[in-house]
Design a protein around this ligand. Structure first.
Ligand SMILES: [Zn+2]
Length: 286
């Protein structure tokens, strides 16, 4: 599968899900294979020199199996320590400190480690749960329940009306940046319904249809950004006043200048590491 141009996608690992419940069989495989370890603490990554790859696990820490690479190396994640040389994952991404493929493996490691950090106790009975299936399940020995790692879907969309494209900005963003509207999906709604609800809530605009473009893992801590292009019924914006500081319609030529960071008024789109940049590009192509 061709790797997308944005960050955190395109992992080179074969996750080998069949090994997770194989018990001793995996232990035998792991005995003879070379291993690599990634270590995270919160959204910080432990570096050894210029690389986030370590040859040894953190002693006495749980090891989560991430997968097997093309050379047959086995990759694991374990929690880092405060004393490690830690760099924020966002900075690692923005500065291009690791190859794109490594960024995807770091996303898997960071999201899984976060889930274990925050799910040490059974949500049903409160007893301490234990990691099983090489890190893809936690089992409660007290009540017998199983708990599985979660991914939180987020819809992110460029809204179009004829030759105009709706983008918004949050007050916390850098000046001049306008990007796709976005929001967490809620239980009991389809992706299309989540798009329509978010656009209505944030900009007061009715959406008539929405089409999928691409998706991006976003490990802060474990979202999946679902990129969409939506069609609007009209252009009358009513801001909700809480999530967005501003939203406005941009023309095709303006958007091209914003993607290239050449807009005369200093407006710009999000960085190419974010899927929002690529949804804007996809909307322009349609
Ligand atoms: Zn329990």
């Amino acid at each position: 599968m061709k790797s997308p141009a944005f960050a955190f996608a395109g992992s080179p690992l074969n996750r080998r899900a069949e090994w997770r419940s194989s018990g001793d069989a995996f232990a035998e495989i792991a005995k003879v294979r070379p291993k690599r370890f990634l270590k995270c603490l919160g959204d910080q990554v432990a570096f050894a020199g210029e690389s986030p790859t370590h040859d040894m696990p953190e002693e006495a820490r749980e090891q989560i199996f991430l997968g097997e690479d093309r050379e047959g190396l086995l990759w694991f994640a374990s929690a880092a320590r405060e004393s490690d040389h830690l760099l924020p994952l966002r900075g690692v991404m923005m500065e291009g400190k690791v190859p794109a493929e490594m960024l995807a493996v770091l996303a898997q490691a960071r999201s899984l480690l976060h889930w274990h950090e925050t799910h040490g106790f059974c949500a049903a009975c409160g007893a301490k749960s234990e990691m099983v299936d090489l890190g893809y399940r936690r089992h409660c020995p007290a009540c017998g329940r199983d708990h599985f790692p979660r991914t939180d879907p987020v819809v992110i969309m460029v809204v179009r009306h004829g030759e105009k494209f709706l983008l918004g900005r949050q007050a916390s963003w850098q000046p001049g940046m306008y990007s796709a509207l976005a929001g967490f999906m809620e239980p009991g709604e389809t992706i299309e319904e989540a798009v329509a609800r978010e656009v209505r809530e944030e900009a007061g605009i009715e959406v008539t249809s929405a089409a999928y473009v691409a998706s991006q893992p976003w490990p802060f801590p474990s979202s999946l950004m679902i990129g969409m292009i939506a069609e609007a019924a009209d252009e009358k914006i009513t801001l909700d006043g809480s999530e967005l500081e501003d939203a406005r319609w941009f023309g095709r030529d303006e958007l091209k200048l914003m993607l290239a960071r050449k807009h005369p008024d200093g407006f710009h789109a999000s960085h190419p590491y974010a899927i929002a940049h690529h949804i804007v590009k996809a909307a322009l192509k349609k």
